[in-house]
Design a protein around this ligand. Structure first.
Ligand code: TYD
Length: 208
């Protein structure tokens, strides 16, 4: 089973993805967890280039191809073999991040972005995607409280994030069967309950 988590930086998706992985492992499922961009040596090196604040001059098309290159390596080197092995793969971000950030956020042509996405993933899509939605005001408040330093992608500003959020909501409307929209302003355990209901219903029944 292949599961992805999506949402804005600070939406709580990493927390939710980690909780799900822990719960599945506690029930003896084999789980591989990846964060994007990253997950292989090549993809981690591409990640450094992408997030480096020195690279403010990076062209938007370069950015699109680098995220896609990192993903292509992750899919071919680890995700595909893991799925063949019936491992549960959890990705903290996947192809919808590119549609939302580079397509809707940066304003690159959506048709082109989606074609590049299909090439980069070898056509592979998650079985279920949890989109953790949090209003921008709350995201900004959370970020102030956490006090963590921002990276190049996070220096986009409010208007950029509004566009990314709307893009994500559009994706949930376009693909309601795959993309499950969750209100991320609720307490962590309440959001996790929704996720667990959905995932546990999809787990293979075990003998004995
Ligand atoms: P990361 O620190 O992993 O984000 P977070 O932990 O907050 O999810 O950094 C990834 C950044 O890259 C994040 O700002 C979103 C952005 N991104 C894209 O713009 N396009 C993509 O395809 C992906 C995977 C990430």
């Amino acid at each position: 089973m292949f599961i992805s988590f999506e949402g804005l930086d600070g939406s709580g998706k990493t927390t939710q993805a980690t909780l799900l992985a822990d719960k599945l492992r506690s029930q003896n499922h084999v789980v591989e967890f990846f964060r994007e961009p990253g997950g292989t040596e090549i993809s981690e090196r591409i990640r450094e280039i992408l997030l480096d604040k020195k690279h403010l001059g990076m062209s938007q098309i370069t950015e699109l191809f680098l995220f896609s290159a990192a993903r292509a390596q992750l899919v071919s080197q680890v995700i595909k073999p893991a799925l063949l092995d019936s491992t549960i793969v959890i990705c903290d971000r996947f192809v919808d991040s590119t549609t939302a950030y580079q397509g809707y956020g940066r304003g690159l042509r959506l048709g082109a972005v989606k074609t590049i996405n299909t090439v980069a993933t070898y056509g592979l899509l998650p079985e279920v995607t949890f989109l953790i939605d949090v209003p921008i005001d709350e995201i900004i408040e959370r970020r102030h409280k956490s006090g963590v330093a921002i990276d190049r992608m996070e220096s986009g500003g409010r208007e950029f994030y509004e566009k990314v959020r709307q893009g994500y909501l559009e994706l949930a409307k376009e693909e309601p069967k795959r993309v499950m929209l969750l209100d991320g302003s609720r307490p962590i355990d309440v959001v996790q309950d929704d996720i667990w209901k959905e995932v546990s219903a999809r787990l293979p029944r075990r003998k004995g």
